[in-house]
Design a protein around this ligand. Structure first.
Ligand SMILES: Cc1ncc(COP(=O)(O)O)c(C=O)c1O
Length: 441
């Protein structure tokens, strides 16, 4: 068993100065006795201040697509920041990143804007949808996450006791203190259910600015929607003069070269990107049709930010994109690694007769404990997945050197080796055996 005494000491000290001892709420949910304190990380591995080594599948909650501290990225950033860090002005590398991004996404006549986080860029997206359509309402789906701001932090993972009937879900705030007025602008819908969305459009059609979604639902079981769903949503939106927007903060520059747009062969009106875009450096990007983005271009829709397109983040994005463009098997290889784990986990489920279940894509997938073969939305997850079992499993795996995220999402990086994957499956096997014994006591 791994001792974490130094983490415990630092946690008590941190709590004196930092609210809750952590800087983002999800970090309290590490599968250790106290939130972990890290000394260093490289590639697929992370080391805590007690010297314990873990194969890391959190990978910064997704940004570290090349693993921790990739040399090529750090070298590029170190070189570029010698020339300054924030200019509050334009520079050529910024244009390069915009051009390369649009090329890699394979979109015509789109433009972009940069910001620093997924939360922030999704706010810009919502503002733009409203500004462009001159409408106030927008649709958000249960189980989807678009950052922690008041306008959108509703019904991410609501308790179904509170969330109302599935035909008319309530907007459940995820936090106290949110501006109650924002509730009037959000329509909560059941995802992966086109009939439900049709009913919403019948009722509110000409007031809906747009529909925002994670096209692959990475924040709930990494769900791939039914065939034709995304196409039908787009048609419904456009028939009603509304926009369709993809939040690709997780899936962007991770699942495929052209991200979800390529996966579904559906071009949305607007998309947001963040995590994997710059290998761990803070950057986010809104990309969309020129005609819509022109509302930002001419200042009709206001967008600001001191840290936007800072030198370090742009340098990192530039090097990341070069890396992705330079290796024609980049996305395929990443996908294969994850598929090995997905198949391995689902095989263990059969071999050991335990209801562990992996679903999603290879580059990002989810682990849950359920008898069902496919989870299709948040209500399905809430009803059929045993989160306590998942937590116990993670706690056991953690003690054996595998670091998993509290929300079930597994992030692969190019730094995960065959050896890591084999070790992981071996640890999972022993963890599941231990879990079964624990549950039968
Ligand atoms: C789909 C999605 N959108 C937006 C966000 C918010 O991004 P950030 O944490 O960078 O603010 C996240 C964060 O996990 C996300 O998963």
């Amino acid at each position: 068993m791994n001792e974490i005494n130094n983490s415990k000491k630092l946690y008590s000290k941190a709590k004196k100065y930092i609210a809750g001892g952590i800087s983002s709420q999800i970090r309290v949910l590490e599968h250790s006795e106290v939130p972990l304190f890290i000394s260093n990380a490289k590639g697929s591995k992370i080391w805590d201040v007690d010297g314990n080594e873990y194969i890391d599948y959190i990978q910064g909650m997704g940004p570290n697509i090349f693993g921790h501290a990739p040399d090529f990225l750090n070298e590029n950033v170190s070189k570029e920041i010698k020339n300054g860090m924030i200019y509050a002005a334009q520079f050529d590398k910024e244009i390069e990143v915009a051009e390369k991004s649009l090329e890699i996404l394979n979109v015509k006549d789109w433009t972009v804007r940069f910001a620093s986080s997924g939360t922030e860029i999704d706010q810009l997206l919502i503002r733009l949808m409203r500004g462009y359509t001159n409408r106030q309402l927008f649709v958000k789906f249960e189980g989807h996450y678009h950052g922690w701001m008041d306008s959108i932090n509703y019904s991410v993972h609501p308790d179904l006791e509170l969330a109302g009937d599935s035909s008319s879900p309530e907007a459940i705030p995820e936090s106290k203190g949110m501006d109650q007025n924002t509730k009037n602008s959000v329509i909560i819908a059941r995802w992966n259910d086109i009939d439900h969305l049709k009913q919403i459009f019948e009722k509110y059609g000409n007031q809906i600015a747009g529909v925002l979604m994670e096209p692959i639902l990475a924040n709930t079981n990494c769900i791939i929607p039914d065939d034709g769903y995304i196409q039908s949503v787009k048609k419904l939106c456009h028939d009603n003069g509304s926009l369709i927007a993809f939040d690709e903060v997780i899936t962007g520059f991770r699942i495929l070269k052209g991200s979800a747009k390529e996966y579904f062969d559906v071009t949305p009106d607007l998309s947001t990107f963040a995590k994997s875009f710059a290998g761990g450096f803070p950057i986010a990007m809104l990309a969309g049709k020129r005609e819509i983005m022109n509302f930002i271009a001419d200042g009709t829709v206001y967008h600001g930010g001191s840290f936007n397109s800072n030198v370090a983040s742009i340098a990192a994005a530039n090097a990341s994109l070069d890396h992705m463009i330079g290796d024609k098997n980049f996305f395929y290889n990443l996908e294969q690694k994850g598929q090995k784990l997905i198949h391995g986990i689902n095989a263990l489920s059969k071999d050991l007769d335990i209801d562990i279940h992996a679903q999603g894509l290879g580059s990002v997938f989810s682990i849950s404990f359920t008898e069902k073969e496919h989870i299709r939305d948040w209500r399905d997850h809430f009803t059929n997945c045993d989160e306590n079992k998942y937590k116990s499993f993670c706690e056991i795996a953690f003690k054996k050197g595998i670091r998993l995220s509290s929300n079930g999402r597994v992030h692969l990086s190019t730094a995960h080796t065959e050896n890591d994957l084999e070790k992981t499956l071996e640890v999972f096997k022993h963890s599941l055996i231990e879990l079964k014994q624990k549950l039968s006591r």
